[in-house]
Ligand binder design. Structure first.
Ligand SMILES: NC(=O)c1ccc[n+]([C@@H]2O[C@H](COP(=O)([O-])OP(=O)(O)OC[C@H]3O[C@@H](n4cnc5c(N)ncnc54)[C@H](O)[C@@H]3O)[C@@H](O)[C@H]2O)c1
Length: 302
């Protein structure tokens, strides 16, 4: 089957493309390189530099005729979404609508969408499962959620099959130090440069860190299952930031201690997503322990 990956020059998208190529798929990539990098793009793909919300997308889909689209392209910076919500919506919402219109017109069979834990907002209970209320706390969370709704509507109206994957904090090689969930990239970069990393608050806040290859594998699994479903892609493990720091410090062979600074207003204290549905519906489960994932991440930065 031919596949189109949007955002295939980015952090998660480029790992996904590598995995798809390895699995024998013919892959094309659309990316505007706003945060993605040319050197991330697998040489085996046809690459189109353009914006997902642009008219040019139609020509790409008409030419490549993908059977499915894995939609990873997004404006991923929560702070930027607060400063410029229109720009965020242009990419995350109008980009999705444009993609769906093109998919409808060209008979694309399935869209797998990279959504986010940000759609849930502050957890009412833990671990957060897919039935948890969705109360996003930023324009980014709102645009990701609205895009999910459009996807479901296009499924209902026009029969485009779909799976929504809501990622927890994804980490791994090629992650930018800005963007969503970049704490691993920031710690690794700082420690390798011999600079003191900062921890906001007491460091006992927890997050659910999923390795990028596990997130990519969930996308592959969604090509063959999970139709009509919304599934968390996570480890289901609450890891304190202090614990994460210890693993990175040990792996990087650093002696540096973190500097603790004031907590950031609005930060969620604990976050963890249940992954039972993805395990059941996709036959997928996370393969990497935090130690293994951090080992590959540190190796990717040196
Ligand atoms: N990294 C995480 O922890 C995380 C968590 C939850 C959800 N997600 C989602 O995963 C997806 C990938 O995120 P990432 O972390 O790899 O970020 P990233 O910034 O590395 O990747 C996004 C890619 O999309 C491209 N892009 C941005 N705007 C575009 C546009 N208008 N047209 C075409 N391409 C465009 C960028 O150049 C980049 O290559 C996003 O949809 C994001 O919302 C990421």
């Amino acid at each position: 089957m031919k596949l189109l990956v949007t955002g295939g020059a980015g952090f998660i998208g480029s790992h996904l493309v590598d995995m798809l190529v390895e699995a024998g798929y013919t892959v094309s990539v659309v990316d505007d390189l706003s945060t993605g990098r040319l050197e991330n793009i697998n040489p085996a793909v046809n690459f189109y530099r353009l914006e997902v919300e642009s008219e040019g997308l139609e020509e790409v889909v008409a030419r490549e005729k993908p059977g499915a689209v894995l939609h990873q392209a997004a404006q991923v910076d929560v702070q930027r979404s607060l400063k410029d919500p229109l720009a965020d919506a242009r990419v995350n919402l109008l980009g999705m609508i444009n993609l769906l219109e093109v998919c409808r017109r060209h008979g694309v069979g399935k869209v797998v969408y990279a959504s986010s834990a940000a759609v849930y907002g502050h957890p009412a209970y833990l671990p957060v499962d897919e039935r948890h209320p969705v109360v996003p706390q930023s324009p980014y969370g709102a645009s990701k959620l609205a895009a999910e709704s459009y996807l479901r509507i296009y499924s209902d109206l026009y029969g485009i099959r779909h799976t929504v994957l809501r990622y927890a904090n994804v980490y791994g090689p090629r992650q930018d130090v800005s963007g969503e969930g970049g704490v691993v990239a920031i710690f690794v970069n700082r420690l390798l440069k011999g600079e003191t990393p900062q921890i906001y608050g007491d460091g006992e806040q927890t997050r659910d860190f999923i390795y990028v290859k596990d997130a990519a594998a969930a996308n592959l699994a969604a090509l063959g299952g999970g139709d009509g479903m919304t599934l968390n892609v996570s480890t289901g493990i609450k890891l304190p930031v202090n614990g994460l720091f210890k693993v990175i410090k040990k792996t990087a062979g650093s002696l540096l201690e973190p500097a603790f600074c004031r907590p950031r207003p609005g930060d969620i204290r604990h976050s963890c997503l249940a992954n039972d549905s993805a395990r059941r519906e996709l036959g997928w489960s996370p393969f990497y322990s935090i130690e293994e994932g951090i080992r590959e991440t540190v190796a990717g930065y040196v």
